[in-house]
Write a new protein. Structure first.
Length: 239
């Protein structure tokens, strides 16, 4: 048995309609689950195996979607924000992509590569702390770090009882007052890079995720998205 969610959410996950449309269809008696009418939008339903019919027309699961977005600074990684802030879904307006969800997140002040998919199993593999791919960031900081600081970031430091560390940290380039670092993480913790650098008295001016595993952000313009190729999807899956 696969993952189970409410019937309306499964219709949305399969890319058949929006969540609100699905709730209306279910309540109106227009949806059959495994041959019988179900009027409860929250009825537990197998995401992959359920046989669904809308007004007598059998519907197969939509093909999974795999997307990458160059997230602009200032957008929050959520479908709806209780404070009314702009979300990353603004970048997909008018695209009619069906249900897609972010794979992990970037905080409001961060930019760069953010994945979206309608395939929960693939997403779980990407975000798995033990098996998921490394994430690479370019980080502009407010001072010129020395070799000891870079070494310390890789050794790790305890912040609020939590060990924070980078898989690697190196200087990309330096100006008179600030510098750009390349930091690679092999685990995902809340605001990890900002908290790690703050422990060394270093402030972050910009934070851009430039790669997830073998997938690079490349020249994708800010605020734009594209579909991943089958080869890219397989490479991130690890096969």
């Amino acid at each position: 048995m696969g993952a189970r969610h409410g019937l309306a959410r499964v219709l949305s996950k399969r890319g058949l309609c929006s969540r609100s449309q699905a709730e209306r269809l279910v309540r109106a008696g227009c949806v059959r689950l495994d041959g019988r009418v179900v009027r409860d939008p929250e009825h537990p339903t197998d995401v992959a195996a359920a046989r669904l019919e809308i007004e007598g027309l059998a519907v197969a699961p939509a093909a999974p979607r795999y997307l990458m977005l160059n997230k602009p600074r200032g957008l929050v990684t959520t479908a709806q924000d209780e404070r009314g802030r702009d979300t990353v879904y603004r970048c997909f307006e008018g695209a009619d992509l069906g249900w897609i969800a972010p794979v992990g997140r970037l905080d409001k002040a961060s930019e760069g590569l953010l994945l979206f998919t309608s395939d929960p199993q693939w997403a779980a593999g990407i975000t798995d702390p033990a098996r998921g791919p490394e994430k690479t960031y370019h980080v502009q900081v407010d001072r010129i770090p020395d070799a000891a600081m870079l070494s310390g970031a890789q050794s790790g430091v305890v912040v609020d009882g939590e060990l924070l560390r980078a898989a690697s940290a190196r200087l990309l380039r330096a100006g008179a007052r600030n510098a750009w670092l390349e930091i690679v993480l092999d685990e995902g913790r809340n605001r990890q890079i900002r908290r790690l650098l703050a422990a060394f008295g270093i402030g972050v001016l910009r934070l851009v995720r430039v790669a997830i595993g073998p997938l690079a952000l490349g020249t994708l313009p800010k605020g734009q998205w594209r579909e991943l190729s089958a080869e890219e999807v397989a490479a991130l899956r690890g096969g």
